[in-house]
Write a protein that binds this ligand. Structure first.
Ligand code: ZN
Ligand code: ZN
Length: 346
């Protein structure tokens, strides 16, 4: 009978394990193989550190992501002093003659917020005070305000225009068959124009977007290389849902480059619809403050202007509905593109 589970004693299984470790951590294949072979050796700590499964998984490399470490068995045996002051009770401890615990504070992996499991600090305790552990540190909370977008001027690349982006999640109902589609509306407000006026920078934005596959509805080509992560599963009041639009670029440290990373109110059914379709329509255009520069249908301009007068606001983007977005795309005032939804949350 053929079996799918590889025997870990076979060299091929070790190699496969090393491949996975290298892929998960970015380690060189040879270093990963050395590590896998080392982790397969029978090892007991030199001092009386009472280790738990999660600490063993850390030492063996099983729980590393986005970063590789050296021989942590040797580290614990030779570099971690067995003489210490307990981080719980404040009394001295000695792992040479009493059972002791070690706790590593490590950043929890998140592909967008903390793409490497970094070991930040080490705590030591009497085993009676606290068991050993990996204390995963939650990733930072995502801001409610999107990060600014900077685009270099195509005439003078040393000069960058600054845009504030405002995202809205909208559900668009197809009038033909009543199916709903998830739409992400993004309005851009030119915050810094270097005295060139917002029109020049909105043109730069359009150039940038069309290079990325976001264009006028009538000459649309492929989908963008961007992916959208919708982080809505474990949302609470303290941690509202958030989204990330990852561009195809990766920074040198493995951090994904984001067009957008922020908290976002998601209407009922939006995330499910986006996941069902595997993509969302990304609609991008100028903030209502810049509508003098765009071929926005007059009805829409009037409608938004009326709402603004009542509320004394300057930006009317919050009043835009999915129907408006469709009209804005049809009139070519706004650009549209398709962004794939990352299927896995992690
Ligand atoms: Zn203690
Ligand atoms: Zn606006």
């Amino acid at each position: 009978m053929a079996t799918t589970s590889a025997n870990p004693d076979q060299p091929n299984a070790r190699k496969a394990q090393a491949c996975r470790l290298a892929a998960r951590t970015g380690m060189a294949r040879s270093a990963a193989l050395r590590h896998v072979l080392r982790a397969a050796e029978r090892w007991q700590p030199r001092h009386r550190w009472a280790l738990t499964d999660d600490v063993r998984a850390w030492l063996s490399g099983e729980s590393w992501r986005g970063i590789g470490y050296g021989d942590l068995y040797a580290w614990l045996d030779n570099e971690v002093s067995p003489d210490f002051v307990c981080d719980r009770c404040g009394e001295p401890g000695n792992a040479r003659d009493t059972d002791c615990s070690i706790s590593l504070i490590v950043t929890a992996y998140d592909p967008d917020l903390s793409p490497a499991t970094r070991h930040l600090a080490t705590k030591k305790y009497h085993a009676a005070c606290r068991p050993s552990s990996i204390a995963w540190q939650a990733p930072p909370t995502v801001s409610s305000v999107p990060q600014p977008l900077y685009l270099p001027s195509s005439q003078k690349p040393s000069m960058a225009g600054e845009f504030a982006l405002e995202p809205r999640a909208l559900l668009d109902t197809d009038p033909d068959d009543d199916t709903r589609h998830a739409m992400l509306l993004l309005t851009a407000h030119v915050v810094r124009d270097h005295g060139q006026g917002s029109f020049a920078w909105l043109t730069e934005l359009e150039l940038y977007l069309s290079g990325e596959g976001v264009g006028r509805v009538h000459d649309l080509e492929d989908e963008t290389d961007w992916t959208l992560r919708i982080a809505a599963e474990h949302a609470t009041e303290d941690r509202p849902p958030w989204i990330a639009i990852r561009t195809a670029r990766d920074a040198a440290d493995g951090t994904p480059d984001h067009l957008l990373l922020c908290q976002l109110d998601l209407p009922e059914g939006w995330a499910e619809t986006a996941r069902r379709d595997g993509c969302v329509d990304l609609v991008v255009g100028p903030c209502t403050r810049h509508w003098d520069h765009a071929p926005v249908p007059e009805d829409t301009v009037d409608e938004i202007a009326e709402l603004l007068n009542e509320n004394d606001e300057r930006c009317g983007c919050a009043h835009l509905t999915a129907d408006h977005a469709v009209d804005l795309v049809e009139s070519s005032a706004f650009l549209v593109g398709t962004v794939r939804v990352a299927q896995e949350a992690r």
